[in-house]
Design a protein around this ligand. Structure first.
Ligand code: FAD
Length: 430
């Protein structure tokens, strides 16, 4: 495409999206009705295929639509594991039939999916997973346990990695399934964390049936798809829209938000923020600077040094993310460099925790609305650990950066060619 026709398409997209939003965006709609409209116009996920919530646009063109949604102050498209990971995986590896079947429902927010990857014996070493998928002549039967599954409690389906062949080396016997979770044999148990919330679950699967057409990407082809999924998860994906969906509404009928009014949900979310004004962006330097002023320490030279250091890490990461997003708009897939952003994010979190607790002094031991900052910093201190574990630990990110960004020698691996059933991993240790 010539540069002229490229910029013509871009400016047409701006105009079309602006006009469409002028005619269609209203905050008195329900969340479900708005998401349906966005998907039908191809504006939900513009890079997805036409007729399936998108328009088959390139990323840099899709960006124009996101900008207009943001400019209009509209609710962005649905966000969740299905939309951020499932959609791209189906587009890259799924069959036409699978794309036709699931992409429209994901684009319209009608379904919520979760990721069933980690297990008690398989986190960093994900390829040692033991969830079994056995073929009974008609369908796959899944047996085993998953762990740390976010959003599983309200999910309609899960993206599951399961072992279909134990007689080959660990990475070669893994298959990738879309599993219906609303069926007998699926038990979801929430896990309570030290911050008091229950954000993830254990999922037990006993003879859970998966029809053959819900195997994605071919038998035993799951490992590269697992790596691609984890990259999509690590990448920061801008949802678009001023009212970020993740903050105000979750997709899927089981999460109960599709029939709620957008205005009402946005108001609830704003008043939650008003009550705890520092919660928004609590990990970011402005919130820490505000706290330093509030407790009268903003002229303390040591505090200023620490604030400048966290600002430096935060800004470097923000600029690096802009570069990454620009590369994505040029059509590049997320590479190992996403690990740099993931690592910097958890570093900023830790610095923010340490600075805020030291500024709060003895108050750091308290909790509740009446404390400085409404208890938000104490909550953050109890939650921030998750950043250095979720989506791959800091140590694993450093390994990836060492090997794939800096070109250092690979970690020694003695089990690469050993059949999985001969490895002493998970329950095979006994
Ligand atoms: C907030 C959150 C959300 C999550 N969401 C999901 C989800 O939705 N779905 C899902 O499937 N999973 C999810 N997880 C699980 C997450 O992916 C795993 O916890 C993570 O991969 C680490 O695995 P593990 O807990 O088994 O720790 P382990 O792998 O047992 O690691 C223990 C320690 O050993 C270190 N270590 C391990 N191997 C190496 C190595 N080769 N080199 C150096 N150090 C090493 C680790 O860094 C860590 O410090 C989530 C986790 C969190 C905290």
């Amino acid at each position: 495409m010539s540069q002229d026709s490229d910029s013509e398409l871009t400016s047409n997209l701006h105009e079309e999206a602006r006009e469409w939003l002028r005619l269609n965006w209203r905050d008195d709609l329900t969340v479900g009705a708005w998401w349906k409209l966005l998907a039908a116009a191809g504006f939900a996920f513009p890079t997805w295929p036409a007729g399936m919530g998108g328009r088959g646009l390139r990323r840099k063109e899709a960006r124009r639509i996101t900008e207009e949604i943001t400019r209009a102050g509209a609710l962005g498209p649905p966000g969740g594991v299905g939309q951020m990971v499932g959609g791209p995986i189906l587009i890259e590896y799924g069959s036409d039939e699978q794309r036709r079947r699931w992409l429209p429902a994901l684009a319209a927010g009608a379904e919520s999916w979760c990721q069933l990857f980690s297990e008690p014996g398989a986190g960093s070493d994900l390829a040692s997973l033991q969830l079994r998928a056995d073929w009974d002549g008609r369908r796959w039967l899944l047996n085993g346990q998953k762990l740390w599954s976010r959003e599983a409690e309200g999910a309609d389906r899960g993206l599951a990695l399961a072992r279909t062949d134990s007689a080959v080396p660990k990475r070669r016997g893994i298959s990738y399934f879309v599993v219906d979770l609303d069926q007998p044999g699926v038990e979801v148990r929430p896990i309570r964390q030290m911050n008091g919330r229950a954000s993830f679950n254990e999922v037990f699967l006993t003879d859970v049936a998966v029809p053959p057409d819900q195997l994605v990407g071919g038998l035993a082809q799951g490992w590269p798809m697992a790596l691609a999924s984890v990259s999509y998860e690590r990448e920061e994906v801008g949802g678009g829209g001023v009212l970020r969906p993740a903050r105000i509404a979750s997709p899927g009928r089981r999460n109960g938000m599709l029939d709620r009014g957008i205005r009402e949900l946005a108001e609830e979310s704003r008043s939650a923020e008003r009550e705890r004004p520092v919660v928004r962006g609590v990990r970011t330097p402005p919130a820490l600077i505000a706290l330093a002023r509030q407790v009268g320490r903003s002229d303390d030279p040591v505090v200023r040094q620490r604030l400048a250091a966290v600002h430096g890490t935060y800004e470097t990461n923000r600029l690096r993310n802009m570069l990454l997003r620009s590369a994505r708009r040029q059509g590049r897939k997320p590479g190992p460099e996403v690990s740099l952003g993931k690592l910097a994010g958890s570093e900023v979190g830790r610095q923010a925790r340490d600075i805020s607790l030291s500024l709060l002094g003895a108050e750091a031991l308290l909790t509740g609305e009446e404390t400085t900052g409404g208890g938000a910093f104490q909550q953050m201190a109890l939650s921030v650990q998750a950043l250095s574990i979720a989506g791959g630990t800091d140590e694993i990110q450093r390994n990836l950066i060492g090997e794939r960004v800096l070109g250092l020698p690979r970690e020694p691996e003695t089990d690469r060619d050993v059949p999985f059933n001969q490895l002493r991993v998970g329950t095979q240790r006994e």
